[in-house]
Design a protein around this ligand. Structure first.
Ligand SMILES: *Cc1c(COP(=O)(O)O)cnc(C)c1O
Length: 444
């Protein structure tokens, strides 16, 4: 149908409605009626039936009051609550230097980047941020994306696609963004059992001389366990493979300058590509990869998810850079973070709650049932003003549903005591499994 220009004076709702209605009614009379919304209703109903329909808590964070927030209840009322499941692991989202960098830059440069990196959007704070990140990880270059998700999805797919006949070796517990990156690459892939270096070696050996990319994470955020990075680097060297690590749950939190587990373990220089987020430990938004100058240049030039989207705005880039810079020099937050996480684990364990022993800052408390997990979370929010989002399938395997608690330096000992009491009351009221009863399910 040719496009007809509507004269300005005829643009009123009545005229437009008439214009669009007539042809669609004509079509309806000759075609069978399709219930499009019915498909969406079914899709949602399936989730309800499986007890994994997601409900988002409507909250407003309070700057200067972290981890307190205002919860807007479904009934319209509001209540102040304590957030115990934020990935703003160090509370950097409210740090005065970070907030100051964002507001100052917004006042100086305005909001919005105004374009893609190629067309008017490449802003100086963003260029500085990439230099800061390359320095953080000891790499030649860095490349920033709109999120950590995008950096994995478009980063892995582009890198692998540019290597002819590349085989991707992917850890079984990799995040969805990495799985999507592997899928989009169109390359052949083999999945190795989670953190299993023996299985990885077997797959490397079977692959022979072809190019290989090993994709894995440092901290796995649901079980809070850590990859054997050094062993994986040894294997990569022995079998001539490239390495790509997701340090999303470690940047800002581990290592002398907050560069992550690879820095802490002294193996950062052995990894080809280090990926991270600016949204978790750094408290802002955005994602990135760091690596050799030529690799970053190639991704910059070929990755659709980098090229065809508006750049991160200058104010966000400046805030993220302030956060990265601050955490390069300050260890206070990292130390307090580890101390409060250990304190939380000890308190919950002493109270007989089924807390998963982890090597990291993540404190999973196992429930093992989707409905009960949701009921526990609802009870904590409504009766105790404690917000912990239930973690259900497909984020974790069925039967290992859990409350994933993330203490920060701002979750002081008094808050930990309040949390412990609230969890014990919830476990009693809902008759939830105690320590020891479901660890077998979680471990398999
Ligand atoms: C959250 C997460 C991402 C995505 O990062 P965003 O910046 O939130 O998009 C990537 N990898 C892992 C392991 C994550 O948990």
């Amino acid at each position: 149908m040719p496009v007809t220009l509507v004269p300005a004076q005829t643009i009123g709702s009545d005229r437009l409605d008439m214009g669009f209605d007539r042809p669609s009614k004509a079509r309806a009379s000759s075609s069978p009626k399709i219930d499009y919304d019915g498909h969406f209703r079914e899709a949602v109903d399936r989730l309800h039936a499986e007890r994994r329909y997601r409900v988002f808590a409507d909250i407003e964070r309070i700057a200067g009051g972290f981890p307190q927030a205002k919860w807007r209840k479904p009934d319209g009322g509001t209540r102040e609550i304590t957030v115990w499941c934020s990935n703003d692991y160090l509370g950097m989202g409210q740090h005065p230097e970070v907030v100051g960098a964002m507001t100052d830059t917004a006042k100086r440069c305005g909001v919005g980047a105004g374009g893609t990196r190629n067309i008017a959007g490449n802003n100086s704070p963003l260029v500085d941020l990439e230099r800061e990140l390359a320095d953080l990880h000891g790499k030649e270059a860095g490349l920033v994306f709109t999120s950590g998700y995008v950096s994995n999805q478009t980063g892995i797919s582009t890198i692998a696609k540019l290597i002819p006949n590349c085989l991707i070796l992917s850890d079984a517990f990799n995040h969805n963004s990495m799985i999507e990156g592997v899928r989009h690459s169109g390359c052949e892939k083999r999945v190795f059992r989670h953190n299993d270096r023996g299985h990885l070696e077997q797959l490397l050996r079977e692959a022979g001389d072809r190019p290989k990319l090993i994709a894995f994470e440092s901290v796995y955020s649901m079980d809070g366990d850590i990859a054997p990075i050094e062993a994986i680097c040894d294997l990569a060297d022995a079998y001539g493979a490239m390495t790509y690590i997701d340090e999303v749950h470690a940047v800002g939190l581990y290592g002398e300058r907050g560069a992550g587990i690879a820095e802490r373990d002294g193996v950062m220089h052995r990894i080809d590509v280090i990926e991270g987020t600016l949204a978790k430990g750094y408290g802002c938004v955005g994602g990135y990869i760091t690596g050799s100058a030529v690799l970053c240049d190639a991704v910059r030039s070929h990755a659709a998810g980098f090229i065809f989207t508006t750049a991160l705005p200058p104010a966000i880039a400046a805030a993220a850079r302030a956060s990265v810079r601050y955490l390069k020099r300050s260890k206070t937050e990292r130390e307090a973070h580890q101390r409060q996480a250990a304190q939380t684990k000890a308190a919950l364990d002493a109270a007989g709650l089924p807390v998963l022993a982890t090597d990291t800052h993540i404190v999973p408390v196992m429930v093992g049932d989707a409905e009960l997990c949701k009921a526990a979370a609802d009870h904590l929010l409504e009766h105790h003003g404690i917000y912990i989002q239930p973690i259900n399938y497909p984020t974790v395997p069925r039967g290992t549903e859990r409350l994933r608690i993330t203490p920060t330096p701002f979750h002081d000992d008094a808050r930990i005591a309040t949390l412990t009491t609230a969890l014990v009351e919830t476990w009693d009221t809902l008759d939830l499994p105690r320590a020891g009863t479901i660890f077998a399910a979680a471990a398999e």
